[in-house]
Design a binder for this molecule. Structure first.
Ligand SMILES: O=C(O)CCC(=O)C(=O)O
Ligand SMILES: [Fe+2]
Length: 346
């Protein structure tokens, strides 16, 4: 039966990228218990079994979930409430803190992924503000809304707590690549890390649109909190099948981004993912993107390179890479959006 199309053409995905009505839930995405980790730096006393679990998850999926991660359930409840209250505000109130091309922080409701509109609205917060305009011409000052009350304090506290977790994960993944655990920390001294609040409203045509179109995250790591609705789909590395990540209460979903793909010389791949929407429920999620400073040069780690494994990437400048990608989020580009493979030596 032909269904009526009730959404604007700009949201409609090309036929081959539309979600199938039933995407299986991924039992395969590993659930990792972080209780053996202390909240301070990871040292070499981390159990080998934990390192092995992380290695297998990064290699086979590029994705895993973590529990006993040190971010308190009370803080998660506070953040969820502040997020709901903000997106429930009238459009004119939200537009007071709207993003523009110079300041890509705050509220935004018309993002594109691969030239198609996403069915979502977002609010972006930078973890570390900078006084100067950055190397790619962006203002890095947060735009805080006046309401809801306590919004700023809640997300400042939340960002600190999740960033701490992100650093423990960075160290753990470094260990899983046989690198010294703190080897990669140096790239985050002036980190560009970003917290994003996502709201996916119910959609009358969930089979024609996506909340976020298929993409890979450009940074080092993403640490994502999702509510109980479900909708995050991940493409499995071995066969390219899409799987839905089953929500686990109070867990975080972790995925390696393009920067880890380069550092690991393709041992770990930045997995493609997307968000499906539904016709009944709002969905909320909060990704934290651990991203190096803009001037950071990224190249395959020398410890992972030898005659059998020559470097697969040219050195790339992180700021130029993300800014080229972000242009595609604002404008419909005539060309294919820039991807990490454009820096490949092959
Ligand atoms: O909402 C989600 O579950 C994922 C969002 C996402 O992939 C992103 O914002 O990069
Ligand atoms: Fe993503």
């Amino acid at each position: 039966m032909e269904q009526t199309v009730q959404v604007d053409q700009a949201f409609i995905q090309p036929q081959e990228h539309r979600p199938r009505p039933f995407v299986s839930e991924a039992d395969g995405i590993p659930l990792i218990d972080l209780s053996p980790l202390s909240s301070d730096s990871v040292n070499t006393a981390v159990p080998e079994t934990l390192v092995a679990e992380v290695e297998a998850a990064c290699r086979d999926w590029g994705f895993f979930q973590v529990i006993n991660h040190g971010v308190s359930p009370e803080l998660l409840r506070k953040a969820e409430a502040a997020q709901r209250d903000f997106f429930a505000l009238p459009e004119e109130e939200k537009r007071k803190v709207r993003q523009d091309e110079q300041n890509a922080l705050g509220y935004y409701e018309s993002e594109l992924t691969k030239n198609v509109r996403d069915w979502k609205e977002v609010f972006d917060i930078i973890a570390h503000e900078q006084d100067e305009i950055d190397v790619v011409g962006l203002v890095l000052k947060n735009k805080w809304p006046q309401v809801p009350l306590g919004f700023r304090e809640t997300f400042e506290e939340y960002t600190k707590s999740v960033e701490k977790l992100a650093f423990r994960l960075l160290e753990l993944i470094a260990l899983s690549l046989n690198l010294p655990p703190n080897k990669l920390n140096i790239f985050f001294e002036e980190a560009n890390s970003l917290l994003r609040l996502n709201h996916y409203p119910p959609c009358p045509n969930p089979d024609l649109v996506l909340g976020v179109g298929r993409h890979k995250d450009p940074g080092a790591l993403t640490v994502l909190y999702q509510d109980s609705t479900g909708g995050l789909d991940v493409k499995r590395r071995s066969d390219g099948e899409w799987f839905r990540v089953k929500p686990t209460p109070d867990a975080f979903i972790v995925n390696v981004g393009d920067v880890f793909q380069v550092w690991s010389n393709d041992k770990y791949e930045s997995a493609e993912h997307r968000v499906s929407v539904n016709s009944e429920k709002d969905r909320f999620s909060i990704p934290f993107f651990l991203q190096p400073a803009s001037r950071t040069k990224v190249w395959p780690m020398e410890e992972l390179i030898d005659d059998k494994n020559p470097p697969r990437y040219k050195e790339l400048n992180y700021g130029e890479f993300i800014s080229a990608r972000k242009d595609g989020n604002f404008k419909k580009l005539e060309v294919e959006n820039i991807q990490i493979t454009h820096f490949s030596r092959a």
